[in-house]
Structures are given as structure tokens and as C-alpha cells.
Design a protein around this ligand. Structure first.
Ligand code: CA
Length: 226
């Protein structure tokens, strides 16, 4: 899952990006409201973590402009503790959730996963596809009863696919969610990861289907269907 993080406190921004990346999110971090808007124009994100007090453009203004464009991107606002006024104005601006600073990383992760899940609609109460489930609290995949041991990149790829299961995702969308910008030879590496994941899932009731010209989709596969 690909997250845009808007935070101008550099120590917090650096720590959060690193910690979220370790948990399997792909994070782009910006420290200025105008840079956040540029990233939103170009990028394709699954959620935005937005600090209220930002230089360049205030977090609330970024949010209002996003909602004025009818963009439904899930947004978590970071607010000062005990500031009712900040929470109310963020709600009016269209925030989906809040977190008071300081907060625990586990809470941010749980809320991000819940928001992204909710954004997929109530028909999908969990991140699931056939017998494959993502357990948000433990940050692990279960295939039936078995915990899948995955490399960090395999984990990010499978998370990207299950977050939009049933819809094809383009190679670029997947590359953006699995690799950081400075990783070389990404495209070939994606094929290797895809091959490995397919072997892990083979014959287990879920598959990664290739749609020519569109990309890849995670789909349930009936038992016995090779
Ligand atoms: Ca700030």
C-alpha cells in the first residue's frame, strides 16, 4: 500500500517513513503543503497521513482542496493533543480519522489499514481474497491456517494486490508500491517477485492473473481449477 506522509517535523517524518516502510507500506514523505499537493497530482496513493500545521500550505487547506475535487482518498489528520478546535475543523474539511501527537506507531498502522479497508466498501470487511487474508494487527498473511513467510518485497507486492483484489493493477502501480525510487532494475525484479508469489499461491485457491495491457489482479480460484 502506498502512503503519502505530510509532516514538517523532520525527526518525526524520517522515523515514520522508516517505520512504515518496515511494516510493508511504501511511503513518500513531503514536508511542505505545496509539495504535498504536487505529489497528490502526480501520485496514486492509497492513503494520506496529513499534519495540520504545515509550511507552504496548511494541512486543512490541502484537505479542503482535495475534497473540492471530489477526491475520496482516505486521510488521517495528525492533530495536537486536546485541541478540540483542530479536530472539529479537520472534520469539516473532510478528514476520515485523527491521531493526536504523540501517537504509537501500532495505532497509526492499525488505523491506516482500517481506513484503506473501509475505502474498499463494506462488502469487504477484511483484506481478503479467497483463502488468503491479511491480518492487520499482526501484519502477516494467512493462507488458510498457514502464516506465509514472505520477504519484505514479496510482502509489499502481495499487500498492494490484496488491497485492490479483483481489479487489475498496472506494472507501474505495483512498482511504485514495492520499490523505492532509487532501486535499480526494478522492472525485471518485479517479474521475479511475481513468479515467486505465484509459486507460493499455486493450487491454494488464489492466484495472480495477468490481464494483457492492463496488469495483474489477485483473484480467488475455485479448488481443482488449474
Ligand atoms: Ca507541523
Amino acid at each position: 500500500m502506498r502512503i503519502l506522509l505530510a509532516e514538517d517535523e523532520h525527526a518525526l517524518g524520517e522515523w515514520l517513513s522508516k517505520a512504515l516502510e518496515q511494516s510493508g507500506f511504501r511511503v513518500d514523505w513531503r514536508d511542505d503543503g505545496r509539495l504535498v499537493e504536487q505529489a497528490l497530482d502526480k501520485g496514486d496513493y492509497d492513503a494520506l497521513v496529513l499534519d495540520i500545521g504545515l509550511p507552504g500550505r496548511d494541512g486543512r487547506e490541502v484537505l479542503s482542496r482535495l475534497r473540492a475535487r471530489q477526491d475520496p482518498l482516505p486521510v488521517i489528520m495528525l492533530t495536537a493533543r486536546d485541541s478540540l478546535a483542530e479536530r472539529v475543523s479537520s472534520l469539516h474539511a473532510g478528514a476520515d480519522d485523527f491521531l493526536h501527537k504523540p501517537f504509537a506507531l501500532a495505532e497509526l498502522e492499525a488505523r491506516l489499514t482500517a481506513l484503506i479497508r473501509r475505502a474498499r466498501g463494506s462488502a469487504r470487511p477484511r483484506l481478503s481474497c479467497g483463502p488468503l487474508h491479511f491480518e492487520g494487527a499482526q501484519r502477516q498473511f494467512l493462507l488458510g491456517d498457514e502464516v506465509l513467510a514472505l520477504s519484505p518485497r514479496e510482502h509489499r507486492l502481495l499487500l498492494a494486490l490484496i488491497a485492490r483484489s479483483g481489479e487489475p493493477m498496472s506494472r507501474q502501480q505495483l512498482l511504485d508500491r514495492v520499490f523505492s525510487d532509487d532501486d535499480p532494475v526494478q522492472s525485471a525484479a518485479l517479474d521475479v517477485l511475481m513468479h515467486r508469489l505465484r509459486r507460493r499461491l499455486e493450487g491454494r485457491g488464489v492466484c495472480i492473473h495477468t490481464y494483457r495491457g492492463l496488469g495483474y489482479a489477485l483473484e480467488p480460484r475455485p479448488p481443482g481449477d488449474a
